[in-house]
Structures are given as C-alpha cells and as structure tokens.
Design a protein around this ligand. Structure first.
Ligand code: GDP
Ligand code: MG
Length: 278
C-alpha cells in the first residue's frame, strides 16, 4: 500500500506532474475500488482529465456486490466513460480491457498512413489496484522502451503490443480525506492507515452499515439467527460466537473488531458495496 502524507504543496506538485503526463497520452484509465465508487475517487479528477478519452475500471469487483457493479457501470457510462469491472487478482476483465484499447487504437489511426501508438496512463488514489493493473496489462512480455524525445525525463513507456503504450508509473492521486464519510469508507477497505482510527469504533460503524444493507451476509458469516437491535449488541453476539471473551466474562471488543474488519477486507463476509448508486 502506498502511504503518502498529502500536504498542500505535495498536492499541487502531484497535480502539475499528472497534468504534464496527461499531455502525452490519448486515453486515461481511472481505477477505483468498486466497493466505494465515490470515496475512492480523487476530488478533482473530473477537472484533471476533462477532454481525454476516459476508461473507468471498477476494480476489486470480486469483493463488491455484482448488482451494484452493474448499476455503477451504467452511471459512469452516462458520464462519458467506457467502463469495465475488473479483478486484478484473477485477471478477470483484463482481456476485455485490451480489446477495448485495441478498438480505440484502431479508431485513432483510421485513415492514417503512419500509425501512431495509443498512449495511456493509469490514475487513481492509493490502494485501488493501479500497480496490479499495470502488472496484469504488461505481463511478462512487457518491455520498457527507452526515453524518447518529448517524454518527461525518467518516464518509460511500457509496450502492450498492437502499438499501445502505457506510462510505467501511475498517477497517484490524493483521496477525499476532507470528507469524514469518505475517510471511514477508505478505512473499512484498508486504504488508509489503521493507527489513525480506533478499531472498535470503525468496526461498529461497519457493522451498522452491514446490518442495514447486508443483514443476511452478517448472519451467515457469524452464524447468528438474529442480529442485535443495536450494532453494539450484534458485535457482542459475534464475540460470543467466536469466544472472544476475556477473564471475568468481559468481551474482547478489540479482538472482535479486528476480526470483523479483517474478514470484511478479505471478502469473507461476502460481496459488499458500501456506496450505493442512486
Ligand atoms: N481482492 C482484490 N484485491 C486486489 C485487486 N486488485 C488489487 N488488489 C489488492 O489491493 C492491494 C493494493 O493493490 P495495488 O496494486 O498495490 O494498488 P495501488 O496502490 O493502486 O498501486 C494489494 O494488496 C492487491 O493485492 C482486486 O481486483 N481484487
Ligand atoms: Mg502502486
């Protein structure tokens, strides 16, 4: 995971660097976490990439609700994106992306005698899967081309075949950390440092959402016949089921919280989309 301390100067520099790189590409591939399609987007991304051909990757779609993936896909299509659900762990969706890129490349060179390469860059906030996607796209066949005129010093183009080139380093953007809700969503998904949050509070907030939107998943995972009236009661029921009880019959909230959070992140509770499209 990329742990970055964003401060105003760093954000300004990042923006300028990405704007420089954007001048060299035809197509932008934006990667988001399909579980949190709003919170895992940079706040100024629309402004940054306006005027570019845009592809939206709903990554980690193995962890998100498949019906919600469809709804969000439709939403982003209406915003002018080509959209693909992806799982960079298994590689599902990668061949569709390559097909789409080949079609874009063909269109770009329609009627041209000298073919120009299709140039792309990947952008997104930390932990959405940018590096995983680059590795998937390049595979083992990838070859770095040397520096070429007009290419920012140190930048390398990865050849994807079929005259398609990908900038080797993704544009790492800052998340919506000024919005407390987005901060929580990023924390549930493991995209911001745990130490800055109290794990018991985090788990309780997550249980509140799951209890509302995915009660059956929660019941199934923790073998509960019913959920508590309050999320705290549900947490205590989970603790009892798992035997997370300390001496004096005290509930080990910390351990219960850590378990729920870890199991959610690993997808063990089930496929969940925390932000619904409406
Ligand atoms: N379940 C799942 N995990 C993924 C997927 N893509 C990436 N990851 C994991 O998410 C974490 C962050 O991925 P990484 O590529 O480093 O993200 P980056 O910070 O955007 O470059 C890693 O632990 C990856 O293994 C995916 O599609 N599904
Ligand atoms: Mg990375």
């Amino acid at each position: 995971m990329e742990h970055i301390n964003w401060y105003p100067g760093h954000m300004k520099k990042t923006r300028e660097l990405i704007q420089e790189n954007l001048k060299m590409v035809d197509t932008v591939i934006e990667v988001i976490d399909a579980r949190i399609p709003v919170s895992s987007r940079n706040p100024i991304i629309n402004e940054l990439i306006k005027g570019k051909r845009r592809i939206m990757i709903l990554n980690k779609s193995d962890l998100s609700d498949s019906r919600q993936n469809d709804v969000w896909s439709q939403y982003f299509k209406e915003q002018g994106y080509d959209v693909l659900s992806m799982n960079c762990m298994s590689g599902a969706g990668v061949s569709l992306l390559l097909k789409l890129l080949a079609a874009i490349q063909e269109k770009k060179n329609e009627g041209q005698i000298r073919k120009k390469p299709l140039r792309m860059m990947i952008v997104g906030v930390p932990n959405v899967g940018k590096s995983s996607l680059i590795n998937r796209l390049t595979g083992k066949k990838s070859a770095k081309t040397g520096n070429k005129p007009g290419v920012t010093r140190g930048k390398q183009w990865l050849n994807l075949g079929n005259d398609m080139q990908l900038l080797d380093t993704p544009g790492i953007l800052w998340p919506k950390f000024e919005d407390p809700k987005a901060g929580l969503n990023l924390a549930y998904c493991g995209s911001i440092k745990d130490e800055i949050l109290d794990i018991a509070t985090l788990a309780l907030e997550l249980i509140t959402i799951l209890q509302e939107d995915y009660p059956e998943l929660l019941k199934d995972r923790y073998k509960l016949d019913e959920l508590g009236e309050l999320p705290l009661e549900t947490m205590e029921m989970i603790a009892e089921k798992r035997g997370f009880i300390q001496s004096g019959k005290r509930i080990d909230y910390e351990r219960t919280a850590r378990t729920v959070i870890d199991e959610f992140r690993a997808g063990l509770i089930g496929r969940v989309t925390l932000e619904k499209c409406n």
